[in-house]
Design a protein around this ligand. Sequence first.
Ligand code: DGP
Length: 113
Amino acid sequence: MADCLFCKIIAGEIPSTKVYENDAVYAFRDINPMAPTHVLIVPKTHVASVDEINADNSASVACIFEVIPKIAAAEGLANGYRVITNCGADGCQSVKHLHFHLLGGKKLSEKLD
Ligand code: DGP
């Protein structure tokens, strides 16, 4: 999608620190890390948010969840981690390309809101 920040990152038009990549998924370090490990995992095909997941694109979401444990292991998150996705205005989603935050490397807050 022409005007999407994460599509530009996936295409290499905007630099990022790549953590993992396969045919369907790209993962890179968040520019504003909230934990020692803060990786964003995104589908390479543009999906705006969780609200747009459907039968045509859910395979890429399944692939993301297959990749997450591999990244967590590579990052040394043996003691656990958190996966978050924000959706829409009330969910405080700032980038309108589906992404999952992988957070770990410290004891995370119990507060989710
Ligand atoms: P969210 O608020 O859930 O939409 O998260 C968007 C995340 O994207 C936020 O944690 C900061 C990150 N981010 C925004 N712009 C860039 C960028 O240009 N590069 C990288 N690596 N991360 C970015």
